[in-house]
Design a protein around this ligand. Structure first.
Ligand code: FDA
Length: 305
């Protein structure tokens, strides 16, 4: 039943008419629990508050699967604005973005132009940029773009998903770049031909890549709400004497907030992924897919209308 709900929400997450409607009508159905607001001004307030609680941030202007150049350019300009706001307001925040919002589905030329503009500003403002990882069909292209940009800019990282079979090899191949990587389980609906269908195999692979990447001496962001993965990492860094400035934990805004504070109290670096913007629908549906129990919040939101 849970798997069926998960598939249902992942299916909904790609619905274009719903995405358009959601943009038009603004944050609804409890999405405000996971999204920091529709404007950069609202996001800045949220980040300031999180920073005051010793939580660092990566901000994400929501948007994905953009299919025209004008929109991709607008998304890129919004990212530049977000970077400027981080600099101006002296926020402790990085930036996350998606290649399909920069024009990946249009042309490589558009993506590279937009990314270079963003990375120039990010370099000026000393802001680190992480390329989120999207569905399998875009994974190879995203890694390719990352490695090309990494040879031009230092302040860039990307994401590797434990559920993919290709991941172990990607971690090995990327080691040549000493990359700062965010490791996650993976949030998209993938076929068993490319991804582990069983949670236990995903978890096993997650542990494996956490260990490999850390022991390779690379900066590692362990992005998970799963206590088993967090405890595994704690034991590993203790055993191998990995310094605390070589890794951090990351969680999504609005999820396991108490646990985020506990990790800060224990002296770990804890980064919160803070999405904002009007294109909240796909992101929200993926969060519901991860935890169908959150649907209760949606139903409460609907009842209030
Ligand atoms: P898992 O789903 O096994 O959950 C473990 C426990 O965490 C649950 O039992 C529950 O207690 C809690 N939990 C998990 N999700 C919850 C939710 N939505 N609401 C409430 N509680 C919840 N994916 C991707 O494909 N590309 C990307 O670029 C990113 N980027 C990214 C950044 C950051 C900072 C995070 C934390 C995650 C991502 N992800 C991602 C998403 C990731 O792939 C994965 O889908 C989610 O993190 C859920 O997996 P967990 O590791 O949390 O474990």
């Amino acid at each position: 039943m849970e798997q069926a709900m998960r598939n249902f929400f992942l299916f909904l997450s790609k619905n274009k008419p719903m995405t358009k409607l959601a943009k038009k009508y603004g944050l609804r159905f409890g999405a405000g629990r996971f999204v920091a607001g529709s404007s950069i001004l609202q996001a800045v307030e949220v980040i300031r508050e999180l920073n005051s609680q010793n939580l660092v941030v990566t901000i994400d202007y929501l948007g994905e699967f953009v299919d025209n150049e004008r929109e991709a350019n607008e998304m890129a300009l919004e990212c530049v604005e977000a970077i400027r706001a981080i600099g101006r307001e002296k926020l402790d925040s990085q930036l996350s973005l998606k290649m399909t919002s920069m024009g990946l589905d249009i042309s490589e030329e558009v993506v590279m132009k937009n990314m270079r503009m963003i990375l120039e500003e990010a370099t000026k403002q000393n802001v680190f940029v992480t390329i989120d990882m999207e569905d399998y069909s875009r994974c190879g292209k995203t890694i390719d773009i990352f490695t090309r940009l990494k040879s031009e800019y230092d302040n860039i990282g990307t994401v590797i998903q434990a559920y993919l079979y290709r991941t172990e090899k990607d971690i090995d191949d990327l080691n040549a770049y000493s990359p700062n990587l965010r490791l996650v389980k993976g949030a998209y609906k993938e076929s068993p031909e490319v991804a582990f269908p069983e949670k236990k195999d995903v978890d096993e692979n997650f542990k494996k890549i956490i260990k490999t990447h850390l022991l390779n001496g690379n900066y590692t962001a362990i992005a998970t709400h799963d206590d088993e993965m967090i405890e595994y990492t704690k034991r590993l860094v203790e055993e191998y004497k990995i310094p605390r400035d070589q890794f951090e934990f990351q969680m999504l805004f609005g999820i396991r907030v108490e646990r985020q504070h506990e990790l800060v109290k224990e002296g770990y670096k804890m980064r919160v992924y803070v999405p904002y913007g009007t294109d909240w629908y796909g992101y929200f549906m993926r969060r519901l897919a991860e935890r169908p129990a959150n649907v209760a919040f949606v139903l409460k939101g609907v009842m209030k209308k």
